[in-house]
Design a protein around this ligand. Structure first.
Ligand SMILES: Cc1cc2nc3c(=O)[nH]c(=O)nc-3n(C[C@H](O)[C@H](O)[C@H](O)COP(=O)(O)OP(=O)(O)OC[C@H]3O[C@@H](n4cnc5c(N)ncnc54)[C@H](O)[C@@H]3O)c2cc1C
Length: 383
């Protein structure tokens, strides 16, 4: 029996599994416990899209082939709110892997590396003498809170919740789709902007399809959420009737809290690390989980300071960029201008993918080009 765990991870999604895997990778002798309220495999409402950057993280965690049996998706089509369309080959392919499979594989890899995995729903937490005690029975030197969008640990520690204006909600389902369809589609909507529908072919005769919007926009309709989300999805993708519909909140990064409290480090959705432009969160969950696992075992004296530094070095400039772009993107015309620029210049398309799915930033000359197109279009529209 372990009296004091070196690292206790709450949540076995991509963030928690990455934290546990990294801790064991760097210190194989560390006592690492991973708790989740569910057994795996378990479903999670998600678009199942795993960006190339997510695969880089898997390689860093020592799992380069974890999803190699899934077909890479080579093309991406984006339709802007005003109907501008860009369809191009992506510089590096993405993957679509049902979370039922992906998360179970990650947890299994952690178990195989020596992480102890237990089914346990965390309800309380106290801290004293440089230790954290979970549910009055489990003591740890450091805790990684990777318990998702409605993080119990974040609430218990008094960290502020993600403001509603920075929270999205999305529904996903599965639909039949021919095996040879290999383009991911993102169709943005002017009505209720920002909002978009997606269709991500898996490569097995099915696709993950869904629709997402900001929570305040949904509430403003005054209608039941299910009616709005299911209705919009059916209306936007009528040729892809979906089954297994399931919705969940997305805490977007402009509403992120401080990255932890005391010896508890927030990672993934618990840290509100979802890209506000695309709703992508798996890459940021894997990345932040890896960094939290590193800080927990390499800087046991003060893991939070080490984690904050690592996170800032990895994502600081990117998060600043997406904070600014999310504000600009409140105007659908700005997104139209960005997509129109990407349709003419492949290097801009690649850069938008880096910003939307990775840790990319926007060079000042490009920002100026998009803003001037946006202003020209606006002036033109006013006559
Ligand atoms: C509809 C939808 C579509 C999306 N599409 C994409 C996409 O295509 N690509 C992408 O990159 N991102 C997408 N996202 C975002 C992505 O799903 C999340 O960012 C990602 O799951 C975050 O991983 P995580 O490990 O932080 O949290 P989660 O995956 O939510 O895992 C949290 C875990 O914590 C456990 N847990 C919770 N509370 C407790 C507790 N008290 N005690 C113990 N365990 C607990 C849960 O059981 C769960 O297993 C989408 C989100 C939604 C809602």
């Amino acid at each position: 029996m372990t009296d004091v765990w070196d690292v206790l991870v709450v949540g076995g999604g991509p963030a928690g599994a990455a934290a546990a895997l990294r801790a064991k990778q760097l210190r194989p002798g560390a006592a690492v416990l991973l708790l989740d309220r569910d057994d795996f495999p378990r479903d999670k409402a998600c678009g199942d899209g795993i960006a190339a950057h997510g695969r880089d993280e898997l390689a860093l965690l020592g799992l380069p082939d974890l999803i190699a049996d899934y077909r890479p998706t080579q093309r991406l089509s984006v339709i802007s709110p005003g109907g501008v369309r860009v369809s191009a080959r992506v510089a590096r392919p993405n993957h679509v892997v049902p979370r039922m499979v992906f998360d179970a594989r990650l947890v299994e890899a952690a178990r195989a590396r020596g992480v102890e995995v237990r089914r346990h729903r965390v309800r309380s937490l106290t801290s004293h003498d440089g230790r954290v005690v979970v549910d009055g029975e489990l003591t740890a030197r450091a805790v990684v809170a990777a318990d998702g969008a409605h993080s119990t640990l974040r609430r218990l520690l008094g960290a502020r919740p993600t403001p509603e204006r920075h929270t999205a909600i999305a529904v996903r389902g599965y639909a039949d789709m021919p095996d040879d369809e290999d383009a991911q589609l993102i169709a943005m909507q002017r009505a209720g902007w920002p909002a978009y529908a997606w269709a991500f072919p898996i490569g097995d005769g099915t696709a993950n399809v869904g629709f997402g919007m900001l929570l305040p926009t949904l509430h403003a309709t005054g209608l039941p959420g299910r009616q709005v989300l299911h209705g919009r999805l059916a209306e936007l993708l009528p040729h892809l009737p979906a089954r297994d519909l399931r919705a969940h909140h997305l805490p977007l990064s402009p509403g992120r809290p401080k990255p932890g409290v005391g010896r508890v480090l927030f990672a993934g959705d618990a840290a509100s690390l979802i890209n506000p432009l695309t709703g992508e969160g798996i890459y940021y969950a894997l990345l932040s989980g890896r960094l939290a696992g590193e800080a927990a075992v390499l800087s046991a004296g003060d893991p939070l300071t080490a984690y904050r530094r690592r996170l800032r070095a990895a994502l600081g400039r990117h998060l600043f960029t997406t904070d600014v772009l999310a504000r600009a993107a409140q105007s659908p015309g700005f997104i139209d201008a960005a997509i129109a620029t990407a349709a003419r210049r492949p290097e801009v398309f690649d850069l938008l993918v880096e910003v939307g799915l990775g840790a990319g930033t926007v060079p000042a000359p490009l920002a100026a080009a998009v803003v001037s197109r946006w202003i020209r279009t606006n002036l033109g529209a006013r006559g």
